[in-house]
Ligand binder design. Structure first.
Ligand SMILES: [Fe+2]
Length: 358
């Protein structure tokens, strides 16, 4: 019988960059010529945004935000090391990286073998790091091995098919030379101190960007640009059911599996109600409150339209995690909410350990 650890993290791309880069998206949104005039004046911003922006354009707040995120990764990595997984399954979004015009699956299992990745050569535009220095000072030739676990991945696909979830899989990359940023950044940040990350990884992309995955390339777009939308993502409730089926498959397997939901929460550049300047923090706080209380009904009742309105497209990765945790009867043993109005998004970390530790 298998064992499960649940983890929720972020893969926030600017964390890879230097502190000066942390407010770059916000500064870009502020400079949008179509931003309503009143929003250009900090006096009209939410209190937290004013406090973060302060008199140094967010520099001190950025350093603090980075420390909060580092702490979150320290706690989640510690739980991972204590659990000693055979495999780490990561739910993440593919932001027009590996899946493009020729195929966009609702979700998929990437049953890759071990892979040599070049984080700074393979960085796709969507991670906003192209040509920018990274916080580790690593050069373009830096490489690292991300181990795979094809045997587990194949068994998982078979279990999901048997459970009525028709699950696409692949043995090699399509358009991205290694891993899309959601997966690569998760590994890079769980190894923020660069002590190594030797656990095999199975990436489980979810089509989080749905209507905007090809039309907007899942990316930041200036105000006023309207494009013909794509078909939607799968619904949150369906993704919770999928997460539950993954949990059952892992329990029935012989493996110790860490299930990782990876994404920041509401993204400022997807929230029309704030003119794409701020994330929908009220909605994030509601969802976080439900997460802490183990109120899975609130998560299940949230519709795809609610999520899109709140800029919570990427939260589908957490919906999968919560579906899995509901299935195995867990509530978080630790969690944190790193609030931010000017660094694109609020970020949440969560650890779901089993009561019976071995
Ligand atoms: Fe993402």
């Amino acid at each position: 019988m298998g064992e499960i650890l649940g983890l929720g993290v972020t893969h926030y791309p600017p964390l890879s960059g230097t502190d000066d880069n942390l407010s770059a998206v916000f500064r870009g949104a502020l400079a949008d010529p179509l931003l309503p005039t009143e929003l250009k004046d900090p006096a009209n911003w939410p209190e937290r945004a004013r406090r973060e922006w302060s008199d140094d354009e967010g520099r001190a707040a950025g350093r603090l935000h980075r420390e909060q995120l580092r702490e979150g990764f320290k706690r989640t990595r510690k739980a991972l090391d204590e659990f000693q997984p055979d495999v780490v399954l990561i739910w993440g979004d593919d932001q027009y990286e590996n899946f493009r015009e020729d195929i966009v699956p609702p979700y998929a299992v990437l049953a890759y073998d071990d892979m040599v990745v070049h984080p700074w050569k393979h960085t796709h535009d969507s991670s906003n790091m192209k040509g920018k220095p990274n916080v580790w000072g690593e050069g373009p030739d830096t490489e690292r091995v991300v181990r795979g676990h094809r045997t587990f991945a194949k068994q998982l696909v078979e279990s999901l098919l048997n459970a009525g979830f028709d699950t696409p899989y692949s043995y090699q990359q399509l358009h991205h030379p290694s891993f899309a940023h959601a997966f690569l950044n998760t590994v890079l940040y769980l190894d923020y101190d660069r002590e190594g990350f030797d656990y095999p990884v199975v990436a489980f992309p979810i089509n989080c960007y749905g209507r905007k995955v090809i039309s907007y390339k899942g990316d930041i777009t200036p105000l006023g640009v309207e494009r013909e939308l794509d078909p939607p993502s799968p619904s949150p409730a369906r993704i919770m059911d999928l997460g539950a089926a993954v949990a059952r498959a892992c329990i029935e397997s012989p493996y110790r599996v860490a299930l990782v939901g990876s994404s920041s929460w509401s993204h400022s550049f997807l929230v029309d109600s704030t003119s794409r300047l701020f994330p929908d923090s009220a909605s994030d706080e509601r969802m976080y409150d439900a997460l802490v209380r183990g109120d899975y009904d609130t998560w299940r009742a949230t519709t795809l339209e609610d999520a899109e309105k709140s800029g919570q497209q990427e939260l589908l990765n957490w919906w999968a995690l919560l579906g899995a945790m509901e299935e195995v009867g867990r509530t978080p043993t630790w969690s944190s909410f790193a609030a931010s109005n000017i660094f694109v998004s609020n970020k949440v970390f969560a650890v779901y350990e089993s009561g019976a530790k071995s």
